[in-house]
Design a protein around this ligand. Sequence first.
Ligand SMILES: [Zn+2]
Length: 362
Amino acid sequence: MWTGGKRPEADRVAGAVEIDGSGATIVPGMVDSHAHLSMPGGAQWVSHGFAPLDTLLAVGEENGELMVRAGIRWARDVGAPRRPIPEDGGAERAASLVLRDRWRGRLDRPYVRAAGTWLTRSGVLPEGLAVEVEHGADLLAAVRRQLDDGADLVKLYLDGPDADTAPFTAAEVSAAVEVAHQRGAKVAAHATALPGCRVAAEAGIDSVEHGEMLDDDTVALMVSHGVTLVSTLGVEKSWLTFTKTSATGLFVEDQAVTYEERLEIAAESLRLADRAGVRIAAGSDFGGGSLRANQLAWTVEAMIEAGLEPATALAAATWRGGELLGLEHAGRLVPGAPAHFSLVHGDPLSDPTALWRVWLTR
Ligand SMILES: [Zn+2]
């Protein structure tokens, strides 16, 4: 049954195929705004960042396939391990950039915008994973190196090593943003705790990733500086079962807060941002977190459970992500642009679990 507008006549379009989509809803190709293409996810996600290049790239190929089958057509990679790349004469580059370049023009893989390797203060991520920047004064040079490698955006860690202090000042971050913008790139901040979120918002960075402990002042700054919040709320949900399903000690039980409390704190932060009018995009954080490449729907569900309107959460996983990528057509169906869409059983505006029921994707 055609339910809205004038029914197109299939025989008037040469080669058109009529598909019985009854019972389904058309969802534009989704945008995963926080992905780590070269890593597989799971409870031990960090350890996979030490795999050899061949493994990183093979995992990336599997992830790309999983994403497209789940209706996710655009990926924003926000951090990848670096390795010497044989086809670049042994020069070191992030695995995400290799995947991005390989996938150009391929319809069976997502379109990619990729950060290179995470920029952190030392002692934040396990040694050997990130590019460590010892002093704020060295940040600009590190940003330029990522851009020279061909990164579309720069991923800056604004958490730790000291939980109460941001590792770089707002002035240092804002100088980094200026350099990136001059070269047509963007800057994304990993910030879960408040000090880093605050510095990112003050510096007018392009996006705060995770943003799990925002406050009123910070969300107000995010609105006035046009900073997008990329929520990865599915990750906190995925932790809830780890005590039963993961034998290792990555998630220790003597943490000051429980997983349930972590989820609630992050949900409250998301509600605060939404009420203030912050632009919100959605990410799975697969690979760099515990989700897998075809599980962006988990974050959408978690956002709605946290209290966001379904339309806001769906926008976050589609056109808001497109906005953040700087690709206005991404996550939308517009004339003249790539027509990527999925058919999902049910109505995702009243039941977000419909996003798990992709049966056809183009
Ligand atoms: Zn991440």
